[in-house]
Design a protein. Structure first.
Length: 441
């Protein structure tokens, strides 16, 4: 026998000796194990101390009251459950007979009361009203509907969901009719082939080229009231012009030069992958300048220029400008340089502009920045970053640069400052062409 087995038997060693159980093996272990003998001594000491305590017994009167209460409870149990077949305990039988002969039904709680304590209070059990309960999955379902309604439609959707939960309404259809007015403009111009156009409330700005006798390109302004077209360039351009946008009193267009003649003396077609074309981005102020009572026409300004190599860019890219956006007197431009690297730069517009051109983002290899957009003051800027996967499918994520308020903990009060953060806004690979309209993305 080892110490573990001996420890189990030591606690009941006295009782084992009283019932004449063979303990020779345990006794032999105790003779050679000092630790087990000490444990047995501790157990024996504790047992002797417990047995030396005064026996607590209730007084005869209290004992009688206790038995009367138990007899009353036992009688009620038999009445409530007639099928109970177990006989009552022997010590309770005299009190059961006494309870049966008594004319007044014994109150089990009053049986414990006395003149000193007075009657014991009776607490009535309050029955709870049954409440309709929902299952676990029903609660989860309602929580999911709540969150979806809150994200998709706010409080109005929550009211509709609550109404639907009570009485399902009939099917409804909401039609938002948009009246689009189509207006045709006719004007007199030598450049009859219109290629691109933008408009504001008063004018239409368009680029066009002439016929064989007048094959140049021109940027013109069509007054929507008088239907008169006015050239905005001092002379026609020999290269194609594409108007890109107009806002805040500025007009921006791209001059995309024809391909260079190859070394073989042949001008490649537009589908060739050996095209290298020079380009330049221009802007013009649409606000008239008064000088000695005479309106001085504004002069176009070249914002930037470069070359475009079709071999250096992805197959779906055919222009060096991948999008512009006006922010007050600055311009966001997404460009592709001669090496095929894509940039997003914010440029100043106008000679009296203290803003310094700032690069906001630069795409990695095989990625292209497109569709820049922003809020009115430029504190929230968004753009798309497109790429093509191995399976030749296009993917796109949306990025953002935002100016937020930040605090520097200091003694007394926290110093506030503006912090610019740049991070991915949507990374699902399926978000193309972000656009801010009336302060909403």
């Amino acid at each position: 026998m080892n110490c573990t087995e001996a420890q189990v038997l030591l606690a009941a060693h006295r009782e084992l000796n009283n019932i004449d159980v063979e303990t020779a093996e345990l006794d032999a272990h105790l003779e050679r194990c000092t630790s087990c003998r000490l444990a047995l001594a501790r157990y024996s000491l504790i047992g002797e101390q417990v047995r030396s305590l005064t026996t607590l017994e209730p007084s005869p009167d209290a004992y009688a009251k206790l038995m009367q209460a138990l007899a009353a409870e036992h009688s009620q149990l038999i009445q409530r459950s007639p099928s109970v077949s177990s006989p009552p305990p022997e010590f309770l039988k005299p009190y059961l007979r006494e309870h049966a002969y008594s004319s007044v039904k014994t109150n089990p709680l009053a049986a414990f009361s006395s003149a000193a304590t007075g009657p014991l209070p009776v607490f009535k059990a309050v029955r709870k009203k049954r409440r309709s309960s929902l299952g676990q999955f029903a609660v989860i379902g309602l929580a999911a509907v709540f969150l979806m309604a809150l994200m998709m439609g706010g409080i109005t959707s929550l009211l509709l969901v609550a109404h639907d939960h009570v009485t399902p309404p009939p099917a409804l259809s909401v039609n938002n009719h948009t009246d689009v007015a189509q207006v045709s403009y006719t004007t007199t111009t030598a450049y009859i082939n219109v290629i691109s156009a933008v408009a504001d409330r008063t004018s239409i700005y368009y680029t066009a080229y002439g016929n064989d006798n007048n094959g140049g390109w021109m940027l013109e302004q069509l007054d929507r009231t008088t239907k008169i077209s006015t050239p905005l360039l001092a002379s026609a351009s020999n290269s194609p012009l594409i108007v890109l946008g107009s806002a805040n009193g500025w007009l921006v267009w791209l001059q995309f030069d024809e391909p260079k003649i190859s070394k073989l003396g042949v001008v490649p077609n537009h589908t060739s992958h050996s095209l290298i074309r020079t380009w330049s981005l221009h802007y013009l102020s649409l606000n008239s300048v008064q000088g000695r009572g005479i309106v001085v026409p504004n002069q176009p300004v070249t914002l930037l220029s470069g070359s475009f190599d079709q071999n250096a860019v992805a197959s779906w890219i055919h222009t060096p400008i991948q999008g512009i956006w006006f922010i007050q007197n600055t311009l966001l431009v997404a460009t592709v340089d001669e090496n095929g690297t894509s940039h997003l730069v914010r440029y100043p517009l106008g000679s009296k502009n203290n803003f310094v051109a700032t690069e906001i983002a630069k795409a990695s290899s095989e990625h292209v920045i497109t569709s820049p957009t922003a809020n009115s003051d430029g504190t929230q800027i968004y753009w798309a970053e497109e790429w093509q996967s191995i399976d030749e499918n296009l993917h796109s994520n949306v990025w953002t640069q935002q100016v937020v308020d930040a605090q520097i903990p200091s003694r007394g009060h926290a110093a506030r400052y503006k912090m610019t953060i740049k991070q991915a806004f949507l990374e699902n690979g399926m978000s193309f062409t972000p656009l801010v309209v009336n302060g909403n993305l």
